[in-house]
Design a protein around this ligand. Structure first.
Ligand code: BES
Ligand code: MN
Ligand code: ZN
Length: 501
């Protein structure tokens, strides 16, 4: 991973020295606390450059007259009264980008227009955005390979970002939590970005097990244990792979004793060749990311444990590879799931639902959760419907669906509810078994959701199809990585807003 910025919170001292970032509002005003000689100089510069303080615009000035500063980055924040939590994150991301080459920078965290300090939460969100923006997946670039700048990437020292505010003590507290959640997002990104020769089901299980250091209880079920439990649909997917399957069961018990847990379940196909119903070669490399759901669940467990969330939370991930082999499952095979229902596997590439069928059933059967939310890079069809900007949301429970929608709006990890209903169930009726694993050309994401619903047994449940959002989504101020970590911030927020005591 690229060097993350070292972020500290310090007391505001004027006049500032070295390299600084100052905020400028839509009226072109700076904070009243900023040294008047500097303001005079900056006013002149913004006038010449026609800088209007529009949100997320920046202007870099070298050694402004009348000051001994090296560099000043003016960061537009628009109308300060209208800034959301997510806006503060994006501003932090912008600030990181503008200052990443400086070595050291001080952010004057005082609001333009008056001299009130930025609130502790907003200052922490700013830092949170800067940390996420700094992430780059470069584990496999040796120091001899050059970056865009022509210098070896690794030689670039981490940025030291000091956020100067009179709210430093409270901001530091808020940052402790936010930084832990950011680590969860970055863990999820790392897992998605790792190639499938490195991130095997076993290696993924090891990385889940490492959450033990944060106080998460982790059990790893192996093939024998899963076989004993009757997880034949999950094992059917894995049977063509040389790599053994695993299931990780993670528990964070930060809530009241004996309180019913909430549960998250993830599809963890470490590579999806399609199996015997093999995928075309072009773009198949992207299927190293077919464990984006499991990555989000693991990142979420990290986040919740790191910020010591007051909730009892279960995370379950099914880890398999879908490979092609003489032992692989065939189209037409009929398998009996752990629930007892039988499935005719008409397409071995519709494997995610087979993994989840047993994982969901096991989850509700063992934990009797308040609700279950599963995440999966389940269908190409969700990309056709929603593109990269919304995950598909399917649910049997309006309250849960509404809460997820709301969390999506505030975190900008947006979800869009899709319809479900008995009519669609007919599309997965099978001639030879209780159901088939594909529904035909139409409504592909919905028939996949209908299939999953058969294994949730009336528990309040939501399915997030993250095939378009977990990977390959467009870059933005807080993400420059292929694997986005989608779902960690969304679900952390859902838990925080509705399920903590
Ligand atoms: N992992 C894929 C879905 C996917 C596609 C994820 C593109 C990310 C990007 C899934 O296992 C799959 O192959 N689904 C099939 C289902 C079909 C055979 C019914 C699909 O979407 O084509
Ligand atoms: Mn597939
Ligand atoms: Zn898949």
């Amino acid at each position: 991973m690229a060097e993350l910025p070292a972020i500290t919170f310090t007391k505001l001292e004027q006049p500032a020295k070295g390299n600084i970032i100052v905020l400028c509002n839509a009226k072109g005003k700076f904070a009243a606390s900023i040294d008047s000689a500097l303001v005079k100089s900056l006013n002149k510069i913004t006038k010449i450059a026609d800088f209007t303080g529009k949100i997320r615009t920046t202007l870099e000035c070298i050694n402004p007259t009348g000051t001994s500063l090296q560099r000043v980055v003016i960061l537009g924040v628009g109308d300060v009264g209208k800034l959301t939590d997510h806006d503060w994150m994006r501003l932090g991301g912008k600030a990181f980008k503008a200052a990443s080459a400086f070595g050291e920078v001080t952010v004057i965290a005082d609001l333009p227009g008056n001299s009130a300090p930025v609130s502790a939460e907003n200052a922490a969100d700013f830092a949170y955005g800067a940390k996420l923006a700094a992430y780059k997946f470069d584990n496999y670039k040796t120091s001899s390979s050059k970056s865009d700048s022509g210098k070896p990437d690794k030689a670039k020292p981490a940025l030291k970002m000091s956020i100067a505010t009179d709210n430093a003590t409270n901001a530091r507290k808020a940052w402790k939590s936010a930084s832990g959640v950011a680590d969860g997002v970055l863990l999820a990104r790392d897992l998605v970005n790792e190639p499938a020769n490195i991130l095997t089901p076993k290696e993924f299980a090891n990385r889940a097990e490492a959450l033990g250091k944060l106080g998460v209880e982790v059990e790893i079920l192996d093939q024998k244990q899963m076989s004993k439990l009757g997880m034949r649909t999950l094992l059917g997917v894995s049977q063509g792979s040389a790599l053994p399957p695993f299931m990780a069961v993670m528990q964070w018990n930060g809530g009241k004793k004996k309180e019913q847990p909430i549960a998250f379940v993830g599809k963890g196909v470490t590579f999806d060749t399609g199996g015997i119903s093999i995928k075309p070669a072009g773009g198949m490399e992207d299927m190293k990311g077919d464990m984006g759901g499991a990555a989000a669940v693991t990142g979420l467990m990290h986040a919740l444990a790191a910020r010591k969330a007051r909730a009892n939370v279960v995370g379950i991930i099914g880890l398999v590879e879908n490979a092609v082999d003489g032992k692989a499952q065939r189209p037409g095979d009929i398998v009996k799931s752990m629930s007892g229902k039988t499935i005719e596997v008409l397409n071995t590439d519709a494997e995610g639902r087979l993994v989840l069928a047993d994982a969901l059933w096991y989850c509700q059967d063992r934990f009797k959760p308040k609700f279950m939310i599963n995440l999966a890079t389940l269908t190409g069809a969700i990309l056709v419907a929603l593109g990269h900007h919304h995950a598909g949301l399917f649910s049997n429970n309006d309250e849960l669906a509404d809460r997820l929608f709301g969390a999506g709006q505030v975190t900008d990890e947006k979800v869009w509810r899709m319809p479900m209903g008995d009519d669609y169930d007919k599309l997965i009726d099978s001639k030879n078994a209780d159901m088939k694993n594909i529904g035909g050309r139409l409504a592909g994401s919905i028939t996949a959701a209908q299939f999953l619903q058969k294994f949730v047994n009336d528990v309040p449940w939501a399915h997030l199809d993250v095939a378009g959002t977990a990977m390959g989504s467009p870059q933005n101020e807080i993400n420059r990585s292929w694997g986005s970590g989608f779902g960690v911030r969304l679900l952390d927020r859902l838990v925080k807003d509705h399920y903590e005591s």
